[in-house]
Write a protein that binds this ligand. Structure first.
Ligand code: GLN
Length: 516
């Protein structure tokens, strides 16, 4: 680092906007920024376990950073994420790098091309510094279905980071990176963000290209940003969103982000306001299904929303209680079809020894997939089998359609709908592993947005009175109202003062670095 200007690690605690603007003006280099992130990752990873194969991307990251600096020195202007270190979930293809979905079945597989989201990160001059842990094939709510490792919640190492994008959320919460990407099929960006005290956004279905994202349930999957504040999540979203000829489900509608001023300076401009917004409170939310401290915070969050000028209106989505059941029929059905390609021949792991092709398929899949993935392939195959198709899959699709109509009619009365993101705070590692149904119920508030294609944002809203762990609210909007959802989230965030709280696990790091 010939150009070191004595940047301390606190550079990484600035917003993504502030880092990028310093790299653009040359006040700091991308190389320095990336070195600081790599050093912090090396320091914190033994405690957090957010990244798979830490160190694997170090050389590539340093080379990208140097190339960015060289372009600036030549007088070229740099992108909106100039030099910002980013972690991406290990279900996004990075050319020439391993891609495992935290599954043994993809051992040894190397992605032959960049996902569109990855290509757009590079085009925005972000630097990818790590690939994050996840539940195997994005199936889970705690990262405990990873075949590789456990991720620990930076707020309490005995608790889960949430899932399935738990590695991405933990990396941001611990302060390893300002930004991360996850994928959200039924809540996997929002729920881990909520449990780790950071912001997670699932855009409208069709906003961000899925090209190069390993498919779980194609009609529900969306890539989404995780960050420590709404304007930072919005900046990342804006850099990725927009049409892509390689994904026919990706919309050509123009992308509206948070709006230039708020996104550019990390939210220091006059914040958007909740004044005059009509926010719907769902009659179907049953407080008895919420953990006590979530229920208590929920009431005070509603009061806070109205204190900020929002008008709360009761609305109804009668099919809401069916969301988890409907989601698990549709998601597992699509997964059983999408995962048929892992046959021991085309991708990754192949068992040794002879036998027929059928035997090779059977043994490779038996050894390669973990128990949760197998459970879902079996359930999905059953739901799609002839004689049962109409009873399960057909019916589930019918209820999802009815739910979309019910949301549409709710949105004729209100601008946005609010719910808690998760019915509980981060649970203890191991607590729900033996009880898949308890794990599935974590998704009660997040799955409707996927079933109906709606944009949904999770924003931290406080700490549990007894546990001291993060709590979050979720804002949902009509399809394509991504901007309105982000603006309301930014307004709530700045009013609540919850903006960019650091996890205590990361505070230990701050003491040690300021002592040195
Ligand atoms: N927890 C949900 C599941 O296990 C959601 C997963 C996701 O969004 N990828 O299916």
């Amino acid at each position: 680092m010939g150009e070191a200007r004595g940047q301390g690690p606190e550079l990484l605690d600035l917003t993504a906007q502030e880092i990028a603007s310093r790299v653009r003006t040359g006040e700091v280099t991308a190389a320095e920024t990336v070195d600081l992130a790599l050093a912090r990752i090396a320091e914190l990873e033994p405690r957090v376990g957010a990244l798979l194969r830490p160190g694997q991307l170090d050389d590539a990251a340093r080379r990208s950073a140097e190339a960015i600096d060289a372009r600036r020195e030549r007088g070229e202007s740099l992108g909106p994420l100039a030099g910002v270190p980013v972690v991406v979930k290990d279900n996004l293809s990075i050319e020439g790098q391993p891609l495992t979905c935290a599954s043994r079945i993809l051992d040894g597989y190397v992605a032959p091309y960049d996902a569109t989201a990855i290509a757009r990160l590079r085009a925005a001059d972000a630097v990818i510094v790590g690939q994050s842990n996840m539940d195997e094939f994005a199936m889970g709510s705690s990262c405990e279905n990873s075949a590789v490792q456990q991720t620990r919640n930076p707020w309490d190492p005995e608790r889960v980071a949430g899932g399935s994008s738990g590695g991405s959320a933990a990396a941001v919460a611990a302060g390893e990176v300002p930004l991360a990407l996850g994928s959200d099929t039924g809540g996997s960006v929002r729920q881990p963000a909520a449990l780790c005290g950071v912001v997670g956004f699932k855009p409208s279905y069709g906003r961000i290209s899925r090209y190069g994202l390993v498919a779980f349930a194609s009609s529900l999957d969306q890539i989404g940003p995780i960050a420590r504040s709404v304007p930072e999540a919005a900046l990342l979203y804006e850099s990725l969103a927009g049409s892509d000829p390689r994904d026919a489900t990706c919309s050509e509608r123009p992308v509206e982000g948070l709006g230039e001023s708020a996104a550019d300076d990390g939210g220091r401009a006059a914040p958007p306001t909740l004044e005059g917004l009509r926010i719907g409170r769902l009659r179907e939310i049953d407080s008895s299904g919420l953990e006590d401290e979530v229920a208590a915070q929920w009431q005070s969050t509603l009061r806070q929303l109205s204190a900020c000028g929002a008008e709360l209106v009761d609305v109804s989505v009668p099919s809401l209680p069916a969301a988890v059941a409907v989601y698990y029929v549709i998601a597992n059905s699509e997964a059983s079809a999408n995962l048929a390609r892992y046959d021991g021949v085309r991708y990754g792991r192949r068992v040794a020894g002879g036998g027929s092709l059928r035997e090779l398929n059977r043994r490779s899949r038996s050894e390669g997939f973990g128990p949760e993935v197998k459970r879902r392939i079996m359930l999905g195959t059953f739901a799609l089998s002839s004689g049962y198709y109409d009873a399960y899959y057909g019916r589930a699709v019918g209820v999802a359609r009815a739910m979309s109509e019910q949301f549409e009619s709710a949105f004729s009365q209100v601008d946005l709908v609010v719910t808690p993101t998760s019915p509980s705070v981060a649970f203890r590692l191991g607590e729900r592993v033996e009880d898949p149904l308890a794990m599935y119920l974590s998704d009660v508030f997040t799955t409707p947005a996927n079933l109906c294609g709606l944009p949904a944002l999770s924003v931290p809203c406080g700490l549990g009175g007894s546990s001291g762990l993060p709590l979050a609210l979720q804002l949902l909007g009509p399809r394509w109202a991504d901007r309105e959802v982000l603006r309301a989230g930014a307004a709530f965030e700045s009013a609540s003062g919850w903006n960019r709280r650091v996890a205590p696990g990361a505070a230990a790091r701050e003491e040690s670095s300021s002592a040195s």
